[in-house]
Design a protein around this ligand. Structure first.
Ligand code: FES
Length: 188
């Protein structure tokens, strides 16, 4: 076995010795290009899923659907309530992940507004504090007024809003891809 290996090595060395300097340079250049090409292709294959996850939201067709939240009379005027609804892209096997949520505020007899749960800074879920009528973000201390505008902290903009309507006595929310960071919001 060792003899055979040495024989192969000898024949390679012998082949290399038979090459002119020009041929040897060409061969080295070809092998260099080949290894760079294969390395680049490997890196591309590894990066593909990451690039897909980053850019898919920018090119995918957005599916807007109206979802019922409850009857108008179920919500008291001036109150803000956590509501859950099925998101637009849910699949049969999505299970719990098909559900999303929003903060719904009844402004008056006929008008509602719905805010995203995610902070406009880096996407942490905000909570509603009824006594002070403020939304608080636990991550970096972002604070929002009841209308979603920024009261203090790092959020660069107000909470995102969903379209809401009343249809035959039922409050409905329109599913939207809500940006969970200001980077995506600006890209859109
Ligand atoms: S994520 Fe809310 S303040 Fe930073």
């Amino acid at each position: 076995m060792k003899k055979r290996h040495m024989k192969n090595k000898d024949s390679i060395n012998h082949n290399e010795e038979n090459l002119t300097p020009e041929e040897s340079n060409d061969r080295r250049a070809f092998l260099t290009k080949l290894s760079i090409g294969l390395g680049g292709f490997g890196a591309f294959v590894v990066a593909l899923p990451i690039l897909g996850a980053l850019f898919a939201p920018l090119i995918q067709k957005v599916n807007h659907v109206w979802r019922p939240l409850g009857k108008v009379r179920d919500f008291a005027i001036g109150e803000t309530t956590l509501v859950h609804f099925e998101n637009a892209e849910s699949l049969k096997w999505s299970g719990l992940t098909a559900k999303t949520g929003a903060w719904l505020r009844r402004i008056d007899a006929a008008n509602f507004e719905a805010f995203a749960l995610n902070c406009a800074h880096l996407g942490c879920p905000v909570s509603w504090v009824p006594d002070s009528e403020l939304f608080l973000c636990p991550c970096h201390g972002g604070v929002y007024y009841r209308d979603g505008s920024v009261a203090s902290g790092p959020p660069p903009q107000a909470l995102s809003k969903y379209p809401v309507r009343v249809n035959q006595g039922v409050v409905e929310i329109k599913t939207e891809p809500i940006p969970i960071s200001t980077f995506i919001a600006k890209a859109n």
